[in-house]
Design a protein around this ligand. Structure first.
Ligand code: DGT
Ligand code: MG
Length: 371
């Protein structure tokens, strides 16, 4: 239920990893607006305000009450001048004129459209925009543009991939992957991560971690899974990246860099008959299958806890875990390891709880990490 602003307010931490954030968002009118502003700054490569709006959105998502006046946010951190001005507008007029201006801006709209294609990042989108392209037919009709394999698949399966994946579809994919990994290695470990592990009803893809208890054996796992899924003719696209993991390297606190574990980015064909309650398709779409984006990551077992924590998200939760480790504990955390800079040693972990304990943080359940 939607609570009201407590009178004697508890202080809210500036770190998402010290807050409990479920999927229930009582401040969506503000957080949706902040996300547009953050994305607009991202498209213009202005990092400071972009992160500031993401942090503000994240802190409002953690509140058990809806903000009804600015005075009620006295004990809420991460709300700067600009953020408060936008909130003031929304409280007064029900909408933000600054956000509406962005939403009608041609460059923002075009970059948003282009980056919605699998394999197209902000750099490519901006290059196309500067080349005068404004629509998919402009891109596909331009003979000067060479699409890579990922982008070709992105356009080919655009309708399906841009459609949300349901929990039932994620479960069906879990069963398919589960069957494949256990046929290959009976003692394999499979975990659902990403948004579905956090209890989300819908996602843009389905994320899994797969590994084996026996160190080193995980190396052949993804290639074997890919071979099997290919034979079953359910792989529509596959980009496999072998491990570049170096265990002597210190963790990188930069979140944006991808980790070094073996992984594959897939587009899988999911049959309606495999999904309880049927496929999540557009009304009137009676196809018996759909395409779904799936990510598989294969860390060595001794890094399983770090990989699981790192891939469970949310992105803002991950950013703040790393920031907290560095600024409050003089430690470096990433998807591979935790390093104590004071003691000059790596801290091992077999469970996520071990990592929270090393950091001196209360354990936060996956469904409380929707920061
Ligand atoms: P979704 O799929 O839109 O419902 O939401 P999520 O939370 O599943 O997001 P997704 O699938 O993009 O990523 C899942 C987690 O994997 C994310 O919370 C953190 C991790 N991850 C994904 N991409 C990166 C990346 O580029 N760098 C790092 N360090 N971690 C990433
Ligand atoms: Mg995901």
């Amino acid at each position: 239920g939607q609570g009201s602003a407590p009178t004697a307010q508890a202080v809210v931490s500036q770190y998402a990893c010290q807050r409990r954030t479920t999927t229930e968002n009582n401040n969506k009118i503000f957080t949706d607006a902040f996300e547009v502003l953050a994305e607009s700054y991202e498209f213009n490569e202005i990092e400071g305000p972009c992160l500031a709006f993401r942090r503000a959105a994240s802190v409002l998502k953690s509140l058990s009450w809806a903000v009804q006046c600015l005075e009620a946010t006295r004990n809420v951190p991460c709300l700067g001048e600009h953020t408060k001005a936008v909130m003031e507008e929304i409280l007064r007029y029900g909408r933000s004129f600054e956000v509406e201006k962005i939403l009608s801006d041609e460059r923002y709209r075009t970059l948003k459209l282009f980056t919605s294609v699998f394999g197209v990042g902000p750099k490519t989108a901006d290059k196309w925009y500067r080349g005068g392209l404004r629509s998919f037919s402009d891109v596909l009709g331009d003979r000067g543009i060479r699409l890579n394999r990922m982008q070709q698949s992105g356009f080919l399966h655009y309708g399906d991939i841009s459609r949300a994946v349901s929990k039932a579809e994620a479960r069906a994919l879990r069963n398919i992957i589960d069957e494949a990994v256990h046929a290959i290695t009976p003692d394999a470990v499979l975990a659902l991560t990403g948004g579905f592990r956090r209890g989300k009803e819908f996602g843009h893809d389905v994320d899994f971690i797969v590994t084996t208890p026996e160190l080193g054996k995980e190396k052949n796992l993804l290639p074997s899974i890919i071979k099997r899924l290919t034979k079953q003719r359910i792989l529509l696209y596959c980009d496999y990246q072998a491990s570049t993991f170096d265990m002597s390297k210190l963790p990188s606190y930069r979140f944006e860099a991808m980790d070094h574990f073996a992984k594959c980015f897939l587009i899988m064909r999911l049959e309606g008959s495999q999904v309880e309650g049927g496929l999540h398709l557009a009304e009137g779409d009676s196809r018996g299958w759909r395409a779904v984006r799936v990510d598989l990551v294969a860390p060595p077992m001794d890094r399983y806890a770090f990989a699981l924590l790192g891939w469970s998200g949310s992105r803002q939760f991950e950013r703040d875990l790393r920031r907290f480790a560095r600024l409050e504990r003089n430690m470096l955390l990433d998807n591979h390891a935790l390093y104590d800079k004071t003691k000059k040693e790596f801290l091992a972990a077999t469970t996520e709880r071990d990592i929270f304990a090393h950091l001196g943080l209360e354990y936060i359940e996956p469904w409380q990490r929707n920061a």
